[in-house]
Design a protein around this ligand. Structure first.
Ligand code: CDT
Length: 311
């Protein structure tokens, strides 16, 4: 049996601060049409796709709120919804969300081929720092500008399979994939903005691409799922962001990868039934997992001091 789903990773190059939503949506539309021409049924756009990655700046008041969406779709984003529906293509889109009661989230939605918003996810793992730190060459103020999402990782029946969403820093945490994996996930959409320079430990800079693939490939394999990792990369407002978008199969192998640091669409036909090969064998969770043992370890945390094992 096979359940083919053609998925496009719609990588973005930089979005400058002065770029309007309408201009960004024009770029998204070009990629959407390109992806549809190449047979894609699901187009995955990155995290915070509609704006520059504004947590790099210290902002307040309207200067901050201008980066947030109050409505989805809005007048500016509606052309994307309309064109996707006309083409019969669904999409994943990351954006900064301002709720009617004033909460701010780093959010992504999943839109089905008929135009319905079928899932909304708000980022759980917020990286960076809470207050500006003058020693940094640029800020990473996600922890100041966003609340952590309260709803956890959920799987949605969509696109003929089981689809989940994680956002950027979530991809470094095995719990994100595992919570989705326990719900049987078959496709995880992950948008990211990853500055290559990591100010608290610049020794990690040279490993940015390695770690990106390491975590997503491990998450895919250990949870028998496809992972679609999509960057907004390139040099954006003087900060170099990782590109290297990739579509990874349940084997952990990369089946499609971007080759540039600009707007670029890569498409792969993902057989969702390939997940079952792994879910029914080496990662048959019901048969082989030992959740009772994991609980025991958690409750004993601290019983062994770091370094004890070496003595
Ligand atoms: N957007 C995002 O979550 N970026 C982080 C940057 C590293 S931590 C400052 C990431 O995990 O890629």
């Amino acid at each position: 049996m096979s359940r083919p789903l053609a998925i496009a990773a719609a990588q973005m190059g930089p979005v400058v601060r002065a770029e309007t939503r309408a201009q960004v949506v024009e770029r998204l539309l070009l990629m959407l049409r390109d992806a549809a021409d190449r047979g894609a049924e699901l187009v995955v756009f990155p995290e915070l796709a509609l704006t520059s990655f504004f947590p790099r700046w210290e902002l307040s008041g309207d200067a901050l709120l201008t980066f947030f969406e109050r409505d989805m779709p809005s007048a500016d984003t509606k052309p994307l919804f309309d064109e996707a529906k006309r083409l019969g293509v669904g999409f994943h889109l990351g954006y900064a969300e301002l709720t009617p009661d004033g909460h701010r989230y780093n959010t992504a939605i999943l839109v089905e081929r008929d135009g319905r918003v079928v899932a909304k996810y708000r980022k759980v793992h917020l990286p960076g720092h809470e207050e500006p730190e003058a020693w940094r060459p640029f800020q990473h103020l996600e922890r100041k500008y966003f609340e952590p999402g309260p709803e956890s990782f959920r799987v949605q029946r969509a696109f003929g399979g089981l689809v989940g969403i994680a956002i950027c820093n979530d991809r470094r945490w095995p719990e994100a994939y595992r919570v989705l994996g326990l719900q049987g996930v078959e496709v995880v959409c992950i948008g990211y903005n990853t500055p290559i320079h990591y100010a608290p430990d610049p020794g990690q800079d040279r490993l940015a691409a390695f770690h990106n693939n390491l975590v997503m490939a491990a998450g895919a394999y250990q949870n028998a799922t496809w992972v679609v990792g999509v960057a907004k990369g390139g040099v954006e407002e003087g900060v170099e962001g990782l590109s290297d978008s990739q579509i990874i199969g349940p084997s952990g192998e990369v089946v499609a990868r971007s080759a540039t640091t600009s707007d670029e669409v890569v498409v792969a036909v993902c057989d969702l039934d390939l997940c079952l090969d792994y879910k029914r064998t080496v990662f048959d969770f019901d048969r082989y997992r030992r959740p009772e043992m994991y609980t025991r370890i958690t409750s004993q945390r601290g019983a062994v001091a770091p370094g004890d094992a070496d003595r």
